[in-house]
Design a protein around this ligand. Structure first.
Ligand SMILES: Nc1ncnc2c1ncn2[C@@H]1O[C@H](COP(=O)(O)OP(=O)(O)OP(=O)(O)O)[C@@H](O)[C@H]1O
Length: 254
């Protein structure tokens, strides 16, 4: 039996008085790749941040391998939303990846040659070797995203959270990122991804969590990725309609 990597019970969170997560509960099994989907403002990023202790919770409990985040954090990698990062920070791509290792190498020790090698290998894996010494502000959006993925890979985590890694990237970057995610899964890692493109959910993810302040549905993609769950989560604004042998998501108001 595969064991639970994440267990969330009755999690709630707010910004000032505005409650944006309400009684969120779910479990995630090892070796799965889950899409977190829901409309804009549904609380997807807040859910990840609250689980990782980056935003305070109001109520509830989050456990990783049965332990609190503090105990588990070395086994967890996080790729934040690209827009939430200060890309003007004067540093190059290799440093961004190497800094991701600090959780492991400690703040008071300079990165060793081996750490730099590890970071360089992760950049290579993402096809970014040639950009290792380029300032991050001088990379394109898709290249920045690849650097972020490399940073998470170098951390060699067991569990990964990624906030919209495919947003605004071209087809080849999307393919490169998905290849890495599939590889992580086949190595038994667990991955949670905030994802906006409903059309690619069945192809890319084996589990789906429908979120809109609370969990509307969660489970294996083939069981829960239904018109009904999409409509309920998106407030009836989306329809999942068959077009020949293809499925298309349409806004029902159009
Ligand atoms: N720093 C903040 N201060 C106040 N309100 C916030 C803040 N960050 C998010 N919110 C609000 O909390 C709610 C949830 O936001 P969140 O970013 O978690 O949603 P999301 O599902 O990730 O959205 P999107 O798909 O648009 O990225 C939204 O109503 C948003 O306006």
């Amino acid at each position: 039996m595969t064991s639970s990597v994440i267990r969330v019970d009755d999690l709630s969170a707010s910004y000032q008085k505005n409650k944006v997560l309400n009684d969120v509960s779910f479990e995630v099994k090892e070796g799965t790749i889950t899409a977190i989907v829901g409309p804009n403002g549904a609380g997807k990023s807040t859910l990840i941040k609250t689980m990782l202790g980056l935003h305070p919770k109001l109520t509830g409990n989050v456990r990783f391998w049965g332990s609190p985040f503090k105990t588990a954090k070395k086994k967890i990698g996080y790729v934040p939303q690209r827009g939430s990062v200060d890309w003007d920070f004067p540093t190059d791509a290799l440093d961004v990846v190497t800094m991701g290792l600090y959780g492991k190498i400690g703040w008071f020790r300079l990165p060793s040659k081996k750490d730099k090698e590890k970071a360089m290998n992760a950049l290579k894996k993402m096809g970014m070797e040639a950009y290792a010494h380029r300032q991050i502000s001088q990379l394109s959006g898709g290249q920045q995203q690849r650097v972020f993925l490399a940073r998470a890979l170098a951390q060699d985590a067991e569990l990964y959270f990624m906030d919209e890694p495919l947003a605004g990237v071209d087809a080849s970057t999307e393919k490169a990122i998905m290849t890495i995610l599939k590889e992580l899964k086949s190595n038994g890692k667990t991955v949670l991804v905030v994802h906006h493109d409903l059309q690619t959910v069945p192809e890319y993810f084996d589990h789906v969590l429908f979120l809109n302040k609370t969990v509307y549905a969660h489970g294996q993609t083939e069981e829960v990725f239904t018109t009904d769950n999409i409509a309920r989560t998106y407030g009836g604004d989306m329809q999942w309609v068959g077009k020949g042998d293809q499925y298309v998501i349409q806004s029902s108001s159009h």
